[in-house]
Design a protein around this ligand. Sequence first.
Ligand code: SF4
Ligand code: SF4
Length: 445
Amino acid sequence: MRRTFKKGGVHPPDMKERTRDVPIAEFPAPALVMIPMAQHFGSPALPVVGAGDKVAKGQLIGKADGRMSANVHSSVSGKVLRLEEKFTPQGRACKTVVIENDNSGIWADEIPCGRDWRAMSPKEIVEAVAAGGVVGMGGAAFPAHVKLEPPHEKPIDTAILNGVECEPYLTIDHRLMVERAAEIITGLRIIAKAVAAKEMVVGIESNKPEALKAMNAAAAGGGIRVEALDVKYPQGGEKQLIAALTGREVPPGKLPFDVGCVVHNVGTAWAIFNAVAKCVPLIERPLTISGDAIERPANLMVPIGTPVGAVIEHCGLDQKVKKILSGGPMMGMAIADPTIPVVKGMSGILALKKVPHDISGPCIRCGRCIEVCPLGGIASEMARAIEAGAIVDYEHLHVFDCMECGSCSFVCPAGRNLVQYVRQAKEEASYRRELHRKQQAKKQI
Ligand code: SF4
Ligand code: SF4
């Protein structure tokens, strides 16, 4: 019997057939790349290059600002033209290094290398991952080295790889598993060594038989369990995946560490392998380009900092396009500016002719959003409170546990974009939390 998480979930059409069997192709590096310093959760990196500097491929151009930050490297060799303020696909304005590609493709010193990760200590592994600027590639872009150094009082027994890819349309994790299974499995072994986990598990939904076969073959005889899971969205959420694979429930407000687990996306494991075993930093990322407004859907390996418009042009765009998204249709963010760059946490670009949520009516209290929410239906309550202008303790309603999976919006017959309400509630709760922190600090003076 296959497994899945218990609470909530939906079954959107998977729409993966357009790119499922399309191998990953190299996207040629463009004439200009624009590399943001804020591609990750946490503090933006601090630029260490200026206009006129020559840079090599893989050279450090932004240094992590503290532990909760990530290094940033050049994805091409060339000359820095300028530093400018620019928006990322997440709508975050930050310093961005604009580099003119000289097309020589010359690597920075000592990249790539051949390093025996088995001879490295956990500390050396964490340092190599941090040096390589690796962040979560499933979307959240959490600095990977932070997850590899759990608090001492919270030992990890299970290292989990997330190969679920439950977002409709996206097939890039699937293709990575089919084409680079051995590197991903080595990445998992490196992760397990860093956190001293005894168990290693990979979760893949059963609609990816080729990926299951390739990962099983790469993991054979090595103490790794590759699990075929039932298809259900949002199984790619960390808490849902942990529940599906181990039966453990991560309580509200807690993290995977709290139940002895660490979870990394399969793309992140591949990037960790590159950073640790080959000294290659995260300077390119695999992407699915799909949607009914894309003429030649593809899976591409794209240099970080490539303008989204250049990638779309490469694949051909139908003029009837209504919306372009970074990511999948459930959790993706709309992109209006084609010069916005590809970043480390971007898993796909979708161009769609039909826009969901173009009609929104009043709530008819059907309760569907409550049934499907993995948290027990906080969205309708928050939407009601926000519409009424009521003062509500959103934190108490576990607003920060909402992963913005979009299941509630997906099932709402009134077409209400409930995720927008939850985002608004998060902003209000964050504001109040900060206000409270400042008031407490004042009292202590
Ligand atoms: S409230 Fe958040 S977690 Fe629940 S279904 Fe909506 S988006 Fe998903
Ligand atoms: S699904 Fe939509 S209409 Fe039904 S209760 Fe939730 S918000 Fe109201």
